[in-house]
Design a protein around this ligand. Sequence first.
Ligand SMILES: [Zn+2]
Length: 80
Amino acid sequence: MARLPYVKGEYKVMCDICGRVMYASQTVFNWKHERVCKQCWEPRNPQEMPFRIPVEKRNVPNPRPWKLKEEPSLTDWNKL
Ligand SMILES: [Zn+2]
């Protein structure tokens, strides 16, 4: 343990990453709730927090049934 002078209201802690001993006010908690020094702190990778892609609401522009109820006769097609 490193020798740190007494400071009122402070207490010694150890960095969970590098193991250096320092005052508690010089450390922070990271996203894994580890007490780390400011040199060892790094933000969480954004790829670990995937977001949901919203479902695209795309409708068929002109929906029609697969089969017509009545088959058009050849004469009907010629009228068009
Ligand atoms: Zn550290």
